[in-house]
Design a protein. Structure first.
Length: 308
């Protein structure tokens, strides 16, 4: 067992997974506190490193692309203090940090864990229900639907429509972008039916983020939603094969002794022609056929009569 305990938390490795426990110090970032204890299986790791510094070093996990919905949602843009996959290390704990790194690297080699991307989430993402208040709204997710409740900072045109509820099956994409410089960030839920998106300030499917400490909590909501959506790299489901179109049954051969004799065929033709003459007469009597039409049709039948 390799383990290290610091103010921001404790990491331990048992040969199969890294257990991350956030610290109890009040200065530990709210995102780490909200996430709680994490277990990162070896199969989710692409690597681990200890980065020395002048005053303190840093342990950092590198996850396989697509293994973790939180990393997928944030794209590596979480501030260092909020990132649960790195740990500041005091100088007197450097040896412990390097020992943990060696143990994890050796296990990755022995288990032949691929470093390439995943086509499914290995980590489960934040648990639900989950709720976060930041920017101009409170975003909640219960595992089936997202709800956005506006506050006093919300643009009036967006607030006038009331709280917004978005069902999980209607979602196509989730975007979390942190504030940077003078630019606000946002959390946006894009539905499959959306044809265009307004600026986050006016978009009823978006939360504006102003760059405050609680903004990364919205990333937890985004990660919880994404963990329950189809993985972006999952293989497409093949359409079921269509059965071949049914073919009409082949006609059964008629036994030779059941075939009509030549004389029988001639009698059958005469019966058909006589019946046709009677039908033409009825149509003429009822006024459906004119005299000229009746005469023409009658002559055609009589010609066939003589040929039979």
């Amino acid at each position: 067992m390799a383990e290290i305990t610091q103010r921001d938390g404790a990491w331990s490795f048992d040969g199969e997974a890294i257990r991350i426990v956030p610290g109890r110090d009040r200065n530990v970032h709210v995102v780490r506190q909200a996430l709680g204890e994490l277990t990162v299986p070896l199969v989710a790791l692409a690597g681990v490193a200890y980065e020395p510094g002048r005053k303190s070093g840093r342990l950092r996990l590198r996850l396989r692309e697509g293994a973790d919905p939180l990393s997928q949602a944030t794209g590596g843009k979480l501030p260092d203090a909020a990132d649960p996959y790195q740990l500041p290390v005091e100088p007197d704990r450097r040896d412990l940090a390097e020992y943990l790194v060696d143990e994890v690297r050796q296990a990755l080699i022995l288990e032949q864990v691929p470093a390439g991307p995943c086509d499914r989430y290995v980590l489960p993402g934040p648990s639900v229900p989950i709720s976060a208040s930041a920017g101009d709204a409170t975003a909640s997710f219960d595992g089936e639907r997202v709800r956005l409740d506006w506050n006093w900072k919300t643009e009036e045109s967006k607030k006038s429509g009331g709280p917004r509820t978005i069902l999980l099956p209607d979602l196509e994409m989730v975007e979390w972008v942190p504030a940077a410089g003078l630019e606000n960030g946002y959390l946006r839920f894009i539905t499959a039916k959306a044809t265009a998106t307004a600026a986050p300030k006016y978009d009823p499917h978006a939360v504006v983020l102003y760059g405050f400490k609680k903004d990364p909590l919205m990333a937890l909501v985004a990660a919880a939603v994404m963990a329950r959506m189809p993985h972006p790299a999952a293989p497409a489901k093949a359409l079921p094969a269509q059965p071949p179109a049914p073919q009409p049954p082949a006609p059964e051969p008629v036994p030779a002794d059941a075939r009509p004799a030549r004389g029988d065929e001639g009698e059958a033709d005469h019966d058909v022609l006589l019946r046709r003459l009677r039908e033409l007469g009825d149509l003429h009597q009822s006024g459906i056929l004119t005299e000229e039409e009746f005469s023409t049709a009658k002559q055609a039948v009589l010609r066939r009569f003589s040929d039979a």
